[in-house]
Design a protein around this ligand. Structure first.
Ligand code: PLP
Length: 352
C-alpha cells in the first residue's frame, strides 16, 4: 500500500466520504429535541417512516432502520426464506462476496445460489437455469431472488430488465429482494420514480442504502408488503440491530430524503464518474471494463500505472468483481479537481 500520505479525497469507496450537510442538520435537530423514547418509539422514527411512504408512494411500505447493509440484506432474506430455501443471486453479489455468510447465519440453512452473467446483471434465463438445476427434494428450494441496484460492477438494471426478472420470479414463485446499497445512484441515473424501480416493478423488499449516499451510517429495510415484515423488529433485536437511541439512526433519513437531497448528491457523484470516464478513456492502454452507468468507473490500467498512482497517494481497489480492473468510485463530495488531478497523474504514469 502507498507510503505517501493519504489524499483528503480519493476513489476507494463512497463510504470513505463524510456526511452530507442535510443529514448533519437533521441529526442536530434530533439532538436539540431533548429526551425521546428508545427503540424506535420516538417521533423522528415515525417521521422517517412517513417520509419513506411518501417517497415510495405507498401506504403499505414499512421501513426499519438498521446499522449497515450486511444486516439489512441478511435480515431481509431471513424474512423471505426459511432453512429449506435458497436465494438466487449474482456470483459477484455483495451477499456472496462480502458478507461472511451472514445470510446463512441469520437464517441458518439458507443457501445462496449464484449465477454468473455479464456486467453483474442477472437475466431471466440465468435465473431459470439456476432454479432448473435444483433437484427436487434433494436440493434447497429456491424461494428468493436477490438483485443489486446499482450492481456491484456499477451497472444498472433498466425498468424493462427489472420487469422481466420479476415476471420470471413470480412464475418461479420467488420473492424478490433488492440490495440497494447504491439505490440513490440508480434512481438519479434513470430519473425514474422510486416506486417504479421497486414495488411497481415487483420488488418485495429493498435494502435502501444510506451510508454511501452521505449518511454517517444506516440502511433501511423497506417492505412493500406488510405481511413479509412480520416480527422483523424481533429479528433486529436478536441480530443486535435494534438501536436503543433509534432516533439518531432514523433522523438522518429525514435530512437525506427531504427536498430530494439524496438524489441531488447521487446525481453529482454520477456526474463526477462520467467526467472521470471521459478524462481517462482516451489514454493509452486504458480500457473501460464495464459500461459506466452510475458513480463507479471500472478501468483496466497497466500494473505500473496502478503502482504509481498508489504511491502518489491515490486510493482505489483493484479486486472488486472479475478481471482485476481498477474500481474508481466517486462520492457525493468528489470534486472536478479530484477527477482532473487523478486523470493527469494517470496520464503521467502512462508516460504521456
Ligand atoms: C456497501 C454495500 C453493502 C453494505 O455493506 P455494509 O458494509 O454491510 O454496510 C451492501 N451491498 C452492496 C452492493 C454494497 O456495495
Amino acid at each position: 500500500m502507498p507510503s505517501a500520505p493519504p489524499r483528503p479525497r480519493h476513489f476507494a469507496s463512497d463510504n470513505n466520504a463524510g456526511i452530507i450537510p442535510e443529514v448533519w442538520q437533521a441529526l442536530a435537530e434530533a439532538n436539540a429535541g431533548g429526551h425521546a423514547p428508545g427503540y424506535g418509539s420516538d417521533e423522528w422514527t415515525a417521521a422517517a417512516q412517513a417520509e419513506m411512504r411518501r417517497v415510495f408512494e405507498r401506504e403499505e411500505a414499512f421501513a426499519f432502520f438498521v446499522f449497515n447493509g450486511t444486516a439489512a440484506n441478511s435480515l431481509a432474506l431471513a424474512s423471505l426464506c426459511d432453512s429449506l430455501h435458497g436465494a438466487v443471486c449474482h456470483r459477484h453479489s455483495h451477499i456472496i462476496t462480502d458478507e461472511c455468510n451472514a445470510p446463512g447465519f441469520f437464517r441458518p440453512g439458507l443457501s445462496l445460489l449464484p449465477a454468473d452473467t455479464p456486467l453483474g446483471k442477472l437475466t431471466p434465463a440465468a435465473v431459470r437455469e439456476v432454479v432448473a438445476g435444483l433437484r427436487p427434494v434433494h436440493a434447497p428450494e429456491a424461494r428468493a431472488l436477490s438483485l443489486t441496484q446499482c450492481t456491484e460492477l456499477g451497472t444498472i438494471y433498466s425498468l424493462d430488465e427489472l420487469a422481466a426478472l420479476t415476471a420470471t420470479a413470480r412464475e418461479l414463485r420467488l420473492r424478490v429482494h433488492m440490495d440497494g446499497a447504491r439505490f440513490a445512484n440508480a434512481v438519479a441515473a434513470l430519473g425514474a420514480a422510486p416506486a417504479d424501480l421497486t414495488w411497481r416493478a415487483g420488488i418485495d423488499v429493498l435494502s435502501f442504502g444510506g451510508t454511501k449516499g452521505g449518511m454517517p451510517l444506516g440502511e433501511a429495510v423497506v417492505f412493500f408488503r406488510e405481511e413479509l415484515a412480520d416480527n422483523f423488529i424481533r429479528r433486529m433485536k436478536q441480530a443486535g440491530q435494534l438501536a436503543s437511541k433509534m432516533r439518531f439512526l432514523s433522523a438522518p433519513w429525514l435530512g437525506f430524503l427531504r427536498d430530494d437531497a439524496w438524489l441531488r448528491h447521487a446525481s453529482h457523484a454520477n456526474a463526477m464518474a462520467a467526467r472521470l470516464e471521459a478524462a481517462i478513456q482516451g489514454l493509452p492502454r486504458v480500457q473501460i471494463a464495464h459500461p459506466r452507468e452510475s458513480n463507479a468507473v471500472f478501468a483496466h490500467l497497466s500494473r505500473p500505472a496502478v503502482e504509481a498512482l498508489w504511491a502518489g497517494g491515490w486510493r482505489f481497489y483493484d479486486d472488486v468483481g472479475p478481471g482485476g480492473a481498477a474500481r474508481l468510485m466517486c462520492a457525493w463530495d468528489t470534486q472536478p479537481d479530484d477527477v482532473d488531478g487523478f486523470a493527469a497523474d494517470l496520464a503521467r504514469a502512462l508516460g504521456k
